[in-house]
Design a protein around this ligand. Structure first.
Ligand SMILES: Cc1ncc(COP(=O)(O)O)c(C=O)c1O
Length: 393
């Protein structure tokens, strides 16, 4: 189904406030998301926070169903958390890894995940092994296969990195993980909301994502998928009496679902907003969202190639809606501030957020632009014109 751009833009309050090309940072929310957050907050103000939660219990519970639909999972496999990092960490720190266990990861791994590997290397003696990339820059599946031995206790990779258009072969990794019976933790933070995601096709055991990026939800929202069979055994690293009710003086009982990773207090207004964002994405259809966002990014790369001294830095055969580039003579952090003043929002990405990749490719700070389906070709033209103007001045 083709997207009705006029309608979509009319439903996005930020559209007439400037050109926003940074869905990989924090996308523009649709009006329905803003309304859901405000309406729930207003209800809390009018009748009290606990009472608002009780009154909206069915709708708030339905947010789990929506996320499950988005991922092809079941509702009991979803935990709603405050961001993708907390979601990822809940899975990672729950896994009983011990001295000598190997964790296989990718060159594009995100900084938050990598420092957690380093902490468990220091604390628990795990070994971090990096699967090399192939000539296109994506994780090399044959190298992954060859690296597997009985000491590999986890495969943890980033699907789409924060710093560019690479799409790692998440399904291929899952197939290998399944074949060898190795747990697979997938950081899908930049994938969810810009393309279809199905946990069975991916073969992942755990998947983490955020609300505010391509999903267009409010800040401070995220979620974790935990494959059902793990709910038989997996003990969170940290629990409270919500995730694990205190059932006797000397005992607690873990909840039977993924909400064992949650705690008692939550932002129900943000949860309502997250639910509205997921519903919005589902109503448009993820295949259509992907087609348009990726086509815009492709068009942006073509335009950028025409700027003197510009180099597109994206890896992979079929890059996604994150566009990274450098322009000789323009410093990204300073230039993005200038663009911002001119009403155009893009971002920059420093080497420390993807250190393995950045060091391997000797990357400086990059420009990062990420169009979403609500952007237009004309907005891309205006970004390129503004970059050219920065070069001239
Ligand atoms: C690949 C990747 N993983 C994880 C995260 C962390 O997401 P959050 O800030 O919601 O914790 C980001 C954020 O930019 C990211 O790009």
């Amino acid at each position: 189904m083709a997207l009705d751009l006029t309608h979509i833009r009319a439903e996005t309050p930020g559209i007439d406030k400037g050109i926003h090309l940074l869905a990989a940072g924090s996308a523009l929310m649709p009006g329905t998301v803003v309304d859901a957050v405000i309406e729930h907050t207003r209800l809390e103000a009018e009748i009290g926070g606990y009472e608002a939660q009780a009154e909206k219990a069915d709708e708030l519970d339905a947010v789990y169903d929506k996320i499950a639909t988005l991922l092809g999972a079941s509702s009991r496999e979803i935990a709603i958390l405050e961001n993708a990092t907390v979601a990822w960490c809940h899975a990672f720190y729950a896994l009983p890894l011990s001295r000598g266990d190997r964790v296989l990861t990718c060159e594009a791994e995100y900084a938050a995940n990598y420092v957690a590997f380093l902490q468990r290397a220091k604390r628990d003696g795990i070994v971090i092994d990096i699967v090399p990339s192939n000539q296109d820059g994506a994780l090399d599946l044959s190298a992954l296969e060859e690296m597997i031995d009985e000491r590999v206790a986890l495969i943890a990779t980033t699907w789409i990195p924060t710093n560019g258009g690479l799409v790692n072969p998440a399904e291929g990794i899952g197939a290998i993980a399944r074949r060898h019976g190795i747990p697979y933790l997938l950081d899908a933070c930049q994938a969810v909301g810009q393309m279809p995601v199905n946990v069975d096709a991916l073969g992942c055991d755990f998947l983490s994502a955020t609300g505010r990026k391509f999903l267009r939800g409010p800040r401070g929202t995220g979620f974790l998928y935990v494959r059902g069979e793990w709910l038989e055994t997996l003990e969170p690293a940290m629990i409270d009496h919500f995730g694990a009710p205190w059932i006797a003086h000397d005992r607690y009982r873990l909840r039977p679902d993924a909400r064992r990773f949650e705690t008692w207090e939550n932002s129900y207004a943000l949860r309502a907003g997250l639910g509205a964002a997921v519903a919005y994405a589902l109503s448009l259809g993820l295949p259509a969202i992907k087609d348009r966002a990726w086509a815009l990014a492709h068009g942006l790369r073509e335009r950028l190639e025409r700027i003197p001294g510009c180099e597109v830095r994206d890896l992979g055969k079929n890059p996604c809606a994150i566009v990274s580039f450098t322009i000789e003579g323009l410093e990204p952090e300073e230039t993005t501030l200038r663009l911002r003043k001119a009403g155009i929002t893009i971002g920059s990405s420093g080497p420390a957020s993807t250190r393995l990749d950045s060091e391997a490719r000797h990357l400086p700070v990059l420009f990062r632009a990420s169009p979403h389906y609500y952007n237009t070709e004309e907005e891309l033209d205006r970004l390129v014109a503004a970059l050219l103007a920065c070069l001239d001045s």
